[in-house]
Write a protein that binds this ligand. Structure first.
Ligand code: GLU
Length: 415
């Protein structure tokens, strides 16, 4: 059921809700509902066995009123145009919520990412860059990692783009390896940001982090670093999962040890023979804090009512549907929305870009401190709007973001 929910429709509903609170002009709303540009390419790739396979790739540029387009590229078998449009739109709002001078974009290639060899992934990435090279650039559109892409993928993007243009274009992509102009702290940034938002949300609800049971859906880059930081804060990480399923231990798990196990065996399942639970069961398991950090449409009208957590912090993009949002708001569950909760990643991407443009490198401590300042400020900006209007935090974040984008649009003017 849940897999049929169209993320673009979800994104439109969220925008319309914010728009009615802001009493936006219908014509302005029409501008924001649509991406400014959609690039679609079919990428032929020579596979290791000599056959040729064609994969469809997208780059959607939603809005650049506040600055160059910004957003990750994901490799996943289920990537489709509507999903990429929604993700691009969320990037516009995300950059506006944390007030960094970027617009929103997203890219994706529909491919069996998990089953591609490194060499196949490299050829796919380089070919994709070649096909979209005139649409991206340091001051135009700056990609970054997302689901199943990482710093190595970004290194290929940097190299291929630089080769085509004939100069080292460090600022064309973020999330690069440190050796190639990447920023210290970028790898951890998204997950740490999720943990910082969790800490602030816990203050609002008077939840003592040292007592708090946290269930985390996913164990990729975002989930892992969120878990690591929350473990440091003293939380009990009771559940962790991956695409194979999850594990639940009421006494708490050590995320570093679980990661070691996953690296050896390929999954968290089986770790110390701890009770296995499904990804669905994890969402409604016994915990105070729930962190969906995998993919879209996990918390829906069907399971929202059964959720026991008091706080949900969205590490993933789009994990909660509008129907679920309403149920959770009525239940008094505090949902820290994706465009705020996981904005630590793009915030450090912005710092990486600034360092590249300045040809200078900052220390990790400075990067993470600046990220925390921006995120904490954004958290309370959003909380204040939510109190002012009596609305949930997602709608409040949208109200704040959409207003900033519309202000920029009005100041620049439309011919
Ligand atoms: N893919 C990440 C996101 O969804 C990071 C984007 C970026 O750093 O540009 O926020």
């Amino acid at each position: 059921m849940s897999h049929k929910i169209n993320p673009y429709e979800v994104a439109i509903k969220q925008l319309e809700k914010a728009s009615s609170i802001l009493k936006l002009d219908q014509q302005v709303l029409e501008v924001l509902k649509r991406p400014q540009k959609i690039i679609m390419v079919n990428i032929p790739v020579k596979m290791d066995d000599g056959t040729i396979k064609t994969f469809t790739g997208y780059r959607v540029q939603h809005n650049n009123f506040r600055g160059p387009y910004k957003g990750g590229i994901r490799y996943h078998p289920e990537v489709n145009l509507d999903e990429v449009i929604a993700l691009a739109m969320w990037m516009t709002w995300k950059c506006a919520v944390v007030d960094i001078p970027f617009g929103g974009a997203k890219g994706g290639v529909a491919c069996p990412a998990k089953y591609l060899s490194q060499a196949e992934k490299e050829r796919l990435t380089r070919k994709f860059v070649e096909m979209i090279a005139d649409e991206i650039g340091e001051e135009i559109d700056i990609p970054a990692p997302d689901v199943y892409t990482d710093s190595q993928t970004m290194a290929w993007i940097f190299d291929e783009y630089s080769r085509i243009k004939g100069y080292p274009a460090y600022g064309v992509v973020t999330g690069k390896p440190i050796e190639l102009g990447g920023s210290k702290g970028r790898t951890q940034a998204t997950g740490y940001g999720v943990a910082i938002c969790t800490r602030e949300a816990a203050k609002v609800y008077n939840i003592d982090l040292k007592e708090a049971k946290v269930a985390i859906q996913g164990f990729g880059n975002v989930a892992y670093y969120a878990a690591e930081k929350l473990y440091q804060f003293g939380c009990k990480i009771v559940a962790i999962s991956d695409s194979q399923g999850g594990i639940y231990d009421p006494n708490g798990l050590d995320p570093i040890d679980v990661m070691n196990y996953k690296q050896k065996t390929g999954s968290v399942v089986g770790y110390k023979n701890i009770r296995k639970i499904s990804n669905e069961a994890l969402l409604i398991s016994d915990c105070e804090i729930l962190i969906p950090a995998a993919i879209e449409n996990q918390i829906t009208g069907e399971n929202a009512d059964k959720i026991k957590a008091k706080i949900i912090v969205e590490g993933a993009n789009g994990p909660t549907t509008p129907e679920a949002d309403e149920i959770l708001f009525k239940k008094g569950v505090l949902v820290v929305p994706d465009i705020l909760a996981n904005a630590g990643g793009v915030t450090v991407s912005y710092f990486e870009w600034v360092q590249n443009m300045q040809k200078y490198q900052w220390e990790e401590e400075e990067v993470l401190r600046k990220m925390e300042e921006k995120l904490v400020k954004a958290f309370y900006d959003v909380l204040n709007v939510s109190k002012q209007y009596g609305i949930d935090m997602r709608t409040a974040a949208m109200v704040l973001a959409v207003k900033r984008v519309v202000d920029a649009m009005k100041l620049r003017g439309i011919r």
